[in-house]
Design a protein around this ligand. Structure first.
Ligand code: G3I
Ligand code: 9MR
Length: 585
């Protein structure tokens, strides 16, 4: 009897102990960059829960206390009304692997402190573009277990009736291979390629020396051209084929009439079309090609004639744009007139003023011809909108500032005002961050949580890095890092949003190859779109409508969990530029 009683007692104790461990092991209540921190950089974690007083940093054995800290006063998240406390352990600088513990409450995911802590994330997010390559096999040597067959040769693409011209009537067959799949779908869109390429080229122009030894194991890795540019070339070559040589106009997109099913690229074999030439496509194309001229000029030996061809293409697109300023791409209108109907991504934009600015500034910088500054109003107002696929004005401004040394005297005159505007934009981003629930620039307003909110966080980071370049004031660099921390886990959902990184990973992005390849892990290095209360996908697995939590790691969720090239590009920028600047912390 006694024995039985004792046994029961022991088992009760064990159960209690087990429960206690369960309670203690709630890493999701401690939010932090799940990859880690620079030794000299700021280090912040966030406790989400009832009020606590202190925290400790534990060594890898989860026992030895290496740092003791106090939690901040409670902060209220203005979006969800939930409370948080900040654990600041910036003073702890010793490289190693650690955990954070809130005594009696829980232990965080592991994290590391070391130099180059974000190099792998930067490399993977650039490699993410390789995995999006169209018209080519991805062999195991480069793609590891995600190797796959080529999809979409795109060597027999039809001219859609909306794009018919005298020289290329309806159903003319053209060849338009290569490029990157836009996102979770298999179509190729010039407008979205525009901001993506502009962002990657700007990263290169801002930090050329960093990319001298930045290899990501792609077929071109040893060809004497930085991998960032080699990867971009795959898409540049496709973009060049989207220009009609007869008039310089640029087709808005290359697409199926409707989205493919969730199949591998080589199983998606519906006919593909180029559709109507548009003003936004022509101007984004002109901007990218003008910038490409500057970027590829030093590689004349490896790529003879390429830089010149890019400039010629840019000039032709610009002339076409001047002759066709009203050529908006309005998909519904086209569908009333033409068959087959096209219902894939529209990238529709009724205002091309910002595309004019971007194209004019890139052409101005490249050609040094001051007349570009007169052909459009470069400074319509002081309201700088953060870059998105439909708002590209700031890309032009960044380029002007970056090109300070090569501008004409008239170009140089724009700089004081531009620098003032970018710095004041960055000041607004920083304003009040130290009262925010997650101490990040991202999330000061619910409006930050749009479709593709992760790219918004990354683009805010880029704006802050531009202000850092102008002022050399560390607060901007730290603000940019706060958004990288956001993307890698210090956020209201507790996910690291870059596939393959962190402890709580996105596993089911809306990405056709990841869904169809029967490999458990999604293709790595892809940035999930992130919280979006719009919930336009109507998935049933969302658990809340709260803006900064409106996310579901479910393949159905193209509105919160798709991936896209224009989201990955600012991720590459943010991670790589912070790596390049890490000694400044
Ligand atoms: O412009 C309005 C703004 O005025 C308003 O305040 C705001 C409130 O919701 O909405 C804004 O419009 C949004 C628009 O994006 C511009 O940001 C729409 O709601 C939103 O539905 C729209 O989402 C776009 C989505 O396609 C649907 O068209 C995303 O930006 C865009 O990234 C996404 O792109 C898709 C491609 O079509 C197809 N390939 C995948 C890719 C990624 O999901
Ligand atoms: O997969 C498509 C995704 O890339 C787009 O962003 C999204 C919105 O345009 O549409 C997705 O396709 C869905 C379609 O719109 C409706 N039927 C289900 C498709 C997803 O499988």
């Amino acid at each position: 009897m006694t024995q039985l009683f004792n046994l029961k007692k022991i088992s009760l104790q064990l159960t209690l102990l087990f429960c206690l461990q369960q309670v203690l092991a709630q890493p999701e209540n401690i939010r932090l960059n799940q990859v880690g921190f620079y030794p000299k950089g700021p280090k912040t974690a966030v406790w989400v829960g009832d009020i606590q007083t202190g925290f400790v940093i534990l060594a890898q054995n989860k026992k030895d206390v290496v740092f003791i800290g106090k939690l901040s006063a409670q902060r209220t998240n203005a979006i969800s009304q939930k409370t948080t406390q900040i654990a600041d352990f910036s003073a702890f600088q010793k490289p190693g692997k650690y955990y954070i513990s809130i005594p009696d409450k829980g232990i965080s995911y592991p994290f590391e402190i070391k130099n180059d802590i974000h190099r792998e994330a930067a490399k993977a997010s650039l490699k993410g573009f390789y995995y999006q390559r169209v018209s080519t096999d991805l062999p195991e040597k480069f793609a590891e277990k995600w190797h796959r067959n080529a999809g979409h040769p795109d060597d027999k693409v039809l001219v859609h009736p909306s794009a018919a011209s005298r020289e290329r009537p309806e159903n003319t067959v053209i060849s338009s291979p290569k490029g990157w799949y836009d996102a979770g779908d298999y179509n190729k869109y010039i407008v979205n390629s525009g901001i993506t390429m502009g962002t990657l080229f700007s990263l290169y122009e801002d930090h050329p020396s960093y990319f001298k030894s930045f290899e990501i194991n792609i077929p071109e890795s040893k060809n004497g051209i930085p991998d960032l540019l080699d990867e971009s070339l795959w898409n540049l070559r496709w973009m060049l084929t989207m220009q009609d040589p007869n008039d310089g106009g640029v087709y808005h997109k290359l697409t199926n009439p409707s989205f493919d099913g969730m199949v591998m690229p080589d199983k998606a074999v519906k006919p593909r079309y180029v559709v109507q030439k548009s003003i936004t496509a022509a101007l984004d194309f002109a901007a990218v090609m003008a910038q490409a001229n500057r970027v590829f000029k030093p590689f004349e030996k490896q790529l003879p004639g390429l830089a010149d061809s890019c400039l010629t293409a840019a000039l032709k697109a610009w002339e076409w744009a001047k002759a066709n300023p009203k050529a908006l791409y309005l998909q519904n209108e086209n569908n009333k007139q033409f068959d087959p109907d096209v219902v894939t991504g529209e990238y529709g934009d009724r205002n091309s003023a910002d595309e004019w600015i971007w194209a004019a500034t890139e052409l101005w910088i490249t050609t040094k011809d001051d007349s570009y500054s007169l052909q459009t109003n470069l400074f319509p107002d002081n309201n700088l909108p953060l870059p998105t696929w439909g708002q590209v004005r700031m890309l032009g401004y960044y380029s002007l500032i970056r090109s300070e040394k090569i501008l004409t005297p008239k170009g140089k005159q724009t700089l004081p005002e531009l620098k003032k505007q970018i710095t004041s934009f960055a000041d607004n981003l920083l304003n009040g961050v130290n009262q925010q629930a997650f101490n990040t620039v991202m999330g000061k307003t619910a409006r930050d949580y749009m479709w593709g909110s992760s790219s918004h966080a990354a683009n805010q980071g880029i704006a802050l890095l531009q202000a850092y370049k102008i002022t050399a004031d560390k607060k901007y660099l730290e603000g940019a890092l706060s958004n990288l921390d956001y993307l890698l886990g210090r956020n209201a959902i507790g996910y690291s949003l870059l596939t393959g990184f962190g402890s709580k990973q996105v596993m089911h992005p809306h990405h056709r190859p990841s869904e169809a390849d029967s490999i458990a892990e999604p293709v790595p290095g892809l940035l999930s779109g992130g919280p979006n209360p719009g919930q336009q996908d109507k998935c049933t697995t969302y658990t809340t409508k709260i803006a900064d939590e409106s996310f579901t790691d479910d393949v159905c969720s193209y509105a919160s969990n798709e991936i896209a090239i224009n989201w990955n590009a600012p991720m590459v920028y943010l991670a790589a530029a912070i790596e390049a600047l890490q000694k400044k912390f």
